[in-house]
Write a protein that binds this ligand. Structure first.
Ligand SMILES: [Zn+2]
Length: 581
């Protein structure tokens, strides 16, 4: 365990605004900082960071917490790792407790260290005499030694169990090697064999540079040509991008990431001097991958293969990118099938130019749609009008929609108004649906729930309020599930009122829902001064409590009257009078 004082010290000395700014552009708005939430996609900023309170909260999706929770969520790391990362920045040494935070962390740590051993084994094999086929293949593809080293490329030997034996020799348990996806159990249950054999190995790393998977390219006619690690507790295919650990800084600097299809494309482009390049791992681009890139970039340039399949993939990917609130551009070129070939034939400059001149998504999409129809015929133009209007209807920006409508109109030889009218006609139905949806999801918050929240925020922020609250209310007066648990901590938590109260309370809340609730309350709007607020909120809760008791008594009275239970009726009437006067 990391000592509590050390944690407090790191938190006190870190500035949450500075830390979050490295991931999310923030603007000062009043007493807080606002930005677009990195945890859900949004177009208007509801992600709030308070320097004064050293907390963040998203009023859109409810995510919230302190500087540690932010790093844990955005980097997908444990509390200990977040503390170590922050500590490192401040020059505070935090020893990594390898197995302190439960079984799952130590299980992951075992997998990380096994993958690292495997990566070193593949790398050594690559450099040894046996690795010649891999080296020859790379040389044939024009990859130089420096690039091979940067990406840690390796070679899986032509053998059934050389990796397995190597890892066993290093004391790794067979079950761990299997869970890491490095070996497969033999069918007769008699031992294991290596998954990767006689392949060029591309290590796949997470953002912290830890090896989490491998992608192996066959060096003979074996199928499949590319073999990837299965998903494991440390590797989720749809949430990882090849080379992003190396591209990250350049992506951040340029606010742009270039996406290519293959691992070798990534290496070639990187070798050509463009560092902000990464690749989805042999799958279609996912929303999670876009979200990950969205932490560093606002624009993604797709440089997929220049064939029908590549174009279709680019179109699908661009839609996913836009659904995550990012801009999508598509690089086009001629005379080469993929970036690797383009660079080989025409030089790195040709690829740079293709990236610089990449088409905005809408332009690319409209060109593709228009190319499908015969624009020299009326029927063709009419179909093209409907199809392009559908594309334009999906564009949220008015200006862009109108400008593109103008250019489509010119190509279809009609008035811009004709195109815009068609867009309006088509979007009418969609918008109707959206409104209905909003009505269903917007629930009016009850006054009592708001009062409970407000009181907990006050008590967690201002020393002394909790004590005052205890005189007036009990834990049971907080009826919301989160409110009840937070009240229990505030009332019975033995808090040290001199230290920062809100952070102490947050640290004691084990349920994530409770943490979100409290950060939302703490960063929410405060109406009026604390003393008035306290009085008003207590009154709301007490009145509501009385109302509920009266309702219950009336119900009981009705039942007693049906039973003609005289003594009970008299007792209930007395109780009712007592509540009312
Ligand atoms: Zn959010």
């Amino acid at each position: 365990m990391i000592p509590r004082e050390l944690i407090e010290d790191i938190r006190n000395r870190s500035d949450i605004v500075q830390v979050i700014s490295e991931y999310v552009p923030l603007k000062k708005r009043g007493r807080s900082y606002l930005g677009l939430c990195p945890f859900h996609s949004e177009k208007t900023a509801s992600f709030t960071v308070s320097q004064e309170k050293q907390l963040f909260h998203c009023f859109g999706c409810g995510e919230g917490g302190n500087v540690f929770s932010f790093l844990m969520k955005i980097e997908g790391i444990s509390f200990a790792e977040a503390a170590a990362e922050l500590g490192e920045k401040l020059g505070v040494k935090v020893s990594q407790p390898l197995a302190s935070s439960g079984v799952s962390t130590s299980e992951k740590e075992r997998l990380y260290s096994t993958m690292l051993l495997a990566a070193r084994f593949f790398r050594a094999a690559f450099e040894a005499e046996a690795g010649r086929p891999a080296r020859d293949y790379l040389a044939g593809r024009g990859v130089n030694e420096a690039a091979a080293k940067t990406f840690g490329l390796g070679y899986a030997p032509h053998s059934w169990d050389s990796l397995f034996k190597h890892l066993i020799g290093r004391g790794v348990a067979p079950a761990v090697i299997e869970r890491a996806g490095l070996v497969l159990a033999r069918e007769n249950q008699d031992g294991y064999y290596d998954r990767f054999r006689h392949r060029l190995i591309f290590p796949v790393c997470d953002l912290r540079g830890r090896v989490i998977a491998f992608s192996g390219r066959a060096l003979d006619d074996s199928e499949p040509k590319y073999l990837n690690s299965p998903e494991t507790p440390v590797y989720q295919k749809g949430e990882t991008l090849f080379g992003l650990n190396l591209a990250r800084e350049a992506v951040k600097k340029e606010k742009t990431a270039v996406l290519v299809e293959g691992n070798l494309d990534t290496v070639s482009v990187h070798q050509g001097g463009r560092l902000n390049v990464t690749a989805p791992l042999g799958t279609a681009l996912t929303a999670a991958q876009c979200k990950l890139l969205g932490r560093f970039a606002d624009t993604l340039v797709l440089a997929f293969d220049a064939d029908a399949a590549g174009e279709a993939a680019a179109e699908r990917s661009a839609e996913i990118i836009r659904s995550q609130g990012l801009k999508a551009r598509i690089a086009v070129w001629t005379g080469a099938k993929d970036p690797d070939e383009l660079i080989k034939k025409q030089g790195a400059g040709a690829f740079d130019q293709a990236v610089a001149q990449a088409l905005p998504y809408l332009e690319f999409k409209l060109r593709r749609v228009l190319a499908r129809f015969r624009l020299d015929e009326i029927e063709g133009r009419s179909q093209a009008l409907r199809e392009t209007a559908r594309v334009l209807g999906g564009e949220p920006d008015d200006f862009a929609r109108q400008e593109y409508a103008r250019s489509v109109a010119a190509r279809l030889k009609v008035e811009p108004e004709t195109v815009l009218t068609e867009v309006k006609r088509q979007s009418y139905y969609d918008r109707g649906n959206e409104k209905d949806l909003r009505r269903v999801t917007e629930k009016p918050g009850s006054r009592r729930a708001a009062a409970e929240k407000q009181l907990l925020a006050l008590a967690a922020a201002v020393p002394g309020i909790a004590t005052e609250l205890k005189r007036e209310l009990t834990v049971q007066d907080f009826t919301g599930p989160e409110a009840g648990r937070i009240a229990a901590v505030l009332f019975n938590g033995a808090l040290d009122e001199s230290a920062e109260l809100s952070h102490q309370v947050l640290a004691r809340l084990t349920d994530e829902a409770d943490q979100r609730y409290l950060t939302g309350a703490l960063l929410g709007e405060q109406l009026g001064n604390p003393a008035e607020l306290l009085r008003d909120c207590i009154a709301v809760i007490k009145n509501d409590g009385a109302r509920r008791r009266i309702e219950a008594l009336k119900q009981e009275l009705k039942e007693a009257e049906q039973r003609r239970d005289g003594p009970k009726i008299r007792e209930l009437i007395a109780a009712l009078k007592n509540e009312i006067y």
